[in-house]
Design a protein around this ligand. Structure first.
Ligand SMILES: Nc1ncnc2c1ncn2[C@@H]1O[C@H](COP(=O)(O)OP(=O)(O)OP(=O)(O)O)[C@@H](O)[C@H]1O
Ligand SMILES: [Mg+2]
Length: 272
């Protein structure tokens, strides 16, 4: 939706002057940055007839949806926003995801704690883990849950001094991710193939622990196993982040492995 700003008068001539084009993309960035769209000549959203929202659930539901969408956009995962649980393949365990979501919604409604607080989704590269958890988040954010998506490595970067956006201190980053009703922590231990740094261990344990203590749900996707074995000698989560972390990860947890081949693989192997 290009928005012309022709009506803005030029300071030198009486002729209108086109300053720049505001595309949907630019508009999204400005909106997320808290820009006053009126200042940009954008029409205000329609007011409710009586000047008041009849039902505060309407703007709240919109806000929750936007918070989720923005977290997916921050991860450059816009293309996963279209997925619904019903679109998933059977091996992506949509029924398990639906049941878990229902339990989270119910727990929030009665201000209780869900029996299963953590969902661990391991699987091969490209098996559809992110898609399954994105579909969960897409629906959770429409059912009244404050839902966020972040990659594990991104969270660790955000927690470093001056690792986050200018307006967000490391303290606020932690608060934001600890307080969400449902956090999707994607690519858990991704790109970590040795023993993690003390910082990564401490920060990850702190996040998992704090969310557990607060009774908030977390879903993890990972390409790794819990630990290395003679049959699978590659380092597992316990080898990288330690047994203390694994113990917390498995607390009130449900494991749902996604089996299947890499869905990104071309049908015919590329010869190069
Ligand atoms: N049910 C499905 N039907 C068709 N395509 C799918 C389905 N699920 C996932 N895909 C596609 O398969 C590709 C890989 O999915 P996804 O990114 O979810 O995998 P992943 O397990 O998270 O991979 P990685 O381990 O690399 O993070 C994506 O292009 C996605 O759109
Ligand atoms: Mg993924």
């Amino acid at each position: 939706m290009p928005v012309a700003t022709d009506h803005l008068p030029s300071s030198r001539t009486a002729q209108p002057r086109r300053l720049f084009e505001i595309t949907d993309h630019v508009l999204g960035i400005l909106e997320r940055g808290g820009a006053d769209l009126n200042q940009l000549g954008m029409p205000a959203p329609p007011e409710p007839e009586d000047g008041l929202w009849e039902d505060v659930r309407v703007p709240r539901a919109r806000a929750l949806k936007n918070i989720w969408i923005n977290s997916m956009k921050d991860a450059a995962h816009d293309e996963y926003l279209r997925w619904r649980l019903d679109d998933l393949a059977p091996e992506q365990k949509k029924d398990v995801l639906k049941d878990w979501l229902a339990s989270l919604v119910e727990a929030k409604r009665v201000k209780g704690r869900p029996a299963t607080l953590q969902l661990i989704v391991p699987g091969n590269v490209g098996s559809g883990k992110t898609t399954a958890l994105a579909a969960l988040g897409n629906e959770a954010s429409e059912q009244g849950l404050h839902t966020l998506f972040v990659k594990h490595a991104t969270y660790l970067t955000l927690r470093r001094p001056s690792g986050g956006p200018e307006d967000m201190t490391a303290y606020r980053v932690r608060k934001k991710f600890v307080e969400a009703d449902l956090l999707i922590l994607d690519e858990f231990c991704g790109e970590m193939d040795g023993v993690a740094t003390e910082f990564a261990r401490r920060e990850t344990i702190d996040l998992v622990d704090s969310r557990l203590a607060a009774g908030r749900a977390t879903a993890y996707s990972t390409n790794l196993r819990s630990r290395s074995t003679p049959q699978f000698p590659a380092p597992g989560i316990a080898d990288i982040l330690g047994e203390r972390l694994l113990s917390r990860l498995q607390s009130r947890a449900h494991l749902e492995k996604i089996h299947g081949q890499d869905r990104r693989k071309p049908r015919k192997a590329l010869d190069w």
